[in-house]
Design a protein around this ligand. Structure first.
Ligand SMILES: NC(=O)c1ccc[n+]([C@@H]2O[C@H](COP(=O)([O-])OP(=O)(O)OC[C@H]3O[C@@H](n4cnc5c(N)ncnc54)[C@H](OP(=O)(O)O)[C@@H]3O)[C@@H](O)[C@H]2O)c1
Length: 288
């Protein structure tokens, strides 16, 4: 039986990854910050050598983009050192790692979808820590795939869809930035793609971009959310990002070109608007 160590099993993506593999004939062991601090090399070595996985799926990360500006060391410990520790253990065990990364490794100055070979240039501490994690994994010698995704939402985490729904339930008008562009991505779709990569058993040491298809702005995304979830009494108003100054800069443009993963694995995620409808179907019109 194929053994999978799922790191970050309690996170928004990790929970959906667990659900996709559950009952499909894999032996999954779940790890999160309560039972394994990936920043601690010794603990990682012991935990993974004790389980001896075939695959390590790393959904763990420090994901507080604004918090990373002041908690640089914490972000680096999880997003860089933690990845290095997993890679070191994987190399010893001969395990393959599937690691999640982000469009925030780019500076957002391009105006056409980013390719895997485009030069990264993060503009915030979170992006820098994730890029350093990618580099540590690339250099480690461990067999790996890096999946860069963007604007994730799913049932089990803090995310933009749920935020807009809560605001729409309490306000008549909500202002949303209209000058940042990217691609919203449903965690379930990413989880199925990871399942497909593992079951295809055609592992390549590569970086791939993986998002739902298409592109939009946060404003248009919010308009779609209130429409699909039928929050008809709330008006979404476009504003420029200088109206919402935040501790961390965000890339203006973070659209990722997905053709490489389509070519190598025949993976093409559905259009982002279809994914929002699917999410609505999955969770119902109301969120807790
Ligand atoms: N969210 C997005 O919009 C987005 C966009 C692009 C890429 N990504 C990437 O996608 C991946 C999944 O993101 P997500 O939003 O699902 O993350 P999340 O909901 O914030 O979950 C993070 C997970 O990491 C675990 N974790 C944190 N520190 C840890 C440590 N020191 N040791 C072990 N586990 C630790 C957490 O465990 P506890 O629950 O125990 O704290 C949790 O299970 C990450 O690599 C992220 O960088 C996310």
């Amino acid at each position: 039986m194929i053994k999978i160590a799922l790191i970050g099993s309690t996170g928004m993506l990790g929970i959906d990854v667990n659900a996709v593999f559950n009952g499909m004939g894999f032996l999954i062991k779940n790890f999160n910050s309560k039972n394994l601090d990936i920043a601690d090399a010794k603990v990682v070595h012991e935990a993974l050598c004790g389980f001896n996985p075939d695959y390590i799926i790393n959904c763990a990360a420090y994901t507080d983009v604004d918090g990373a500006e002041t908690e640089k060391e914490k972000a680096n410990a999880v997003n860089n050192i933690g990845v290095q520790n997993l890679a070191d253990a994987a190399l010893i065990l001969g395990a393959k790692i599937i690691h999640l990364s982000t469009d925030y490794v780019f500076d957002g100055t391009k105006r056409s979808p980013y390719l895997e070979e485009d030069a990264p240039n993060p503009i915030n501490e979170y992006g820098l820590s994730k890029l350093n994690g990618e580099r540590a994994l690339r250099k480690s010698g461990a067999s790996h795939i890096i999946l860069r995704t963007s604007w994730l939402y799913g049932k089990n985490g803090k995310n933009f869809v749920n935020t807009i729904l809560k605001l729409a339930d309490n306000r008549k008008k909500v202002e949303v930035v209209a000058d940042q562009f990217g691609c919203p991505t449903y965690t379930k779709d990413v989880a199925y793609a990871i399942f497909k990569i593992i079951t295809k058993d055609n592992f390549k040491n590569e970086v791939y971009h993986l998002t739902n298809f298409g592109q939009t702005s946060w404003y248009e995304f919010a308009v779609e959310i209130v429409s699909v979830f039928k929050r008809v009494n709330c008006e979404i108003l476009p504003v420029t990002s200088d109206k919402f100054l935040r501790p961390a800069k965000r890339p203006t443009y973070g659209v990722l070109d997905n053709s490489k993963i389509k070519g190598d694995y025949d993976i093409e995620l559905r259009p982002w608007k279809d994914a929002v409808k699917k999410y609505c179907n999955d969770i119902g019109y109301f969120i807790a």
